[in-house]
Design a protein around this ligand. Sequence first.
Ligand code: HEM
Length: 489
Amino acid sequence: MHTIWMREHNRLASELRQINPIWDGETIYQEARKIVGAEMQHITYTHWLPSIIGPTGMNMLGSYQGYNPMVDASISNVFATAAFRFGHSLINPVLQRLNYNFTSISEGPLPLHKAFFSPWRLVEEGGVDPLMRGLFSVPAKLKTPHQTLNSELTERLFEVAHEVALDLAAINIQRGRDHGLPGYNAYRKACDLREAETFDDLQYEIRNEKLREKLKHLYGHPGNVDVWVGGILEDPVPGGKIGPLFRCILVEQFRRLRDGDRFWYENPSVFKPEQLTQIKQSSLARVICDNGDNITEINQDVFVLPKHQNPQLVKCQTLPAINLRFWTECCHVNIFMNIRGCVDERFKSLSRSLVGRQRRAINYSYPSDRHSSFAEQSNSNATINSNPRLDGINEDLEVQGGTEDSMHFSDVYEERIEGLERMLEDFKKEMRQLKRKVKKLEQHCKIGDTSKSKSCVEENGTLRRNEETWSPDECTQCSCKVLACDFLE
Ligand code: HEM
């Protein structure tokens, strides 16, 4: 997947360079990176998350209401150390590798323990396509009461690189303790689920009786259960892949990641509306198609098995794709100036900063972002009137000398002000031209202001005299009234 996304970045960058030959490398890189990030957010939240947290989880998450600077978007301990590790229960012990007609390649499937630390296989055993086909057309591991993680992960993890193989389940439990995570019951309480006094209290979340007995045997009391263990053993919620506890933790984390992110792809200051519409065309299926070596057919929703879709597979070209035409720099219509042809560089930065990106709440800013600490750090006589890292033309920034950073920002702002000044000059020039045109029209009007020219022209071309009245149909009465030319005043 890393290879696929790296290629997607380069694919976008090449296309952006073609349509915007005036862009420099940095601009191309940053714009491609921004689009890839947006695609990932769109795919994760719109296509993937619903099948993990189910429809109720999506309702709990709610729709995007805009950036909230009071929301902390950082990752919680319990999310990283326990809840999001639910993914470990989805891993198959064997990676299927399929050729173009979805049968196994000659080298056969790859046991997981042989897949790690062997990048050469990617080069010598068919490239990325066979692995991709295996991932999008073969089901994930089914969690059973007898086996939550497959034994490749618990008995043979990284055995190629370690003298003694690792055990991912043991690592997760140990990592939770090492991070000081409270137990399963404590998080149940935090998530408004009833605290369990006996293991039978868990009968609605962990329906398998033998499993509850096993837990009782190992932990004695529900209050002792590790949060990763309790959470991963819960039965999945309807339409989802995780139980109610992990759903609660995921919903909270994914909401904060979205609402507390100034650069969230749907935040109106990040993309232009027409660009956002394009981003929303993206899908993981199309990304795989565009960046595989030769993938021509795929299931439209790669998170659902082909057999559950109709048609099962579609041709890659039929899938919606992002049209980068909306990133073409010279396509801005300048409403003020009626500019013919391309708009040059200065309008590019202006069009972006005109929207004005919102600031992060100062409480949640990094210390180095804050005015006072930045000024303290500076060993010069720099005077900073606002957060130097923030974008936007409205920010006041006065720098006399200063650190390398402050010099850089000063340069950027100077450049923008120069751009604005040039634009203002052009605007004045255009105004002068328009005034001259108006004057000419006035003169023309005066010359033609004879009784002969006092006439109206109907839409169908019929000429009507001033003050003439007529009825085009039974219900309409029209009259011609020629206004005096001095209306131009
Ligand atoms: C072949 C597949 C995978 C393997 C071999 C694997 C293995 C590992 C290992 C060895 C760690 C470090 C554990 C530690 O030292 O605490 C880890 C961490 C983690 N894994 Fe996986 N993992 C796999 C797939 C997944 C998936 C599919 C997900 C989620 C959907 C996931 C979520 C996580 C998370 C959230 C962490 C903690 C990351 C952090 O806080 O730094 N993993 N994984």
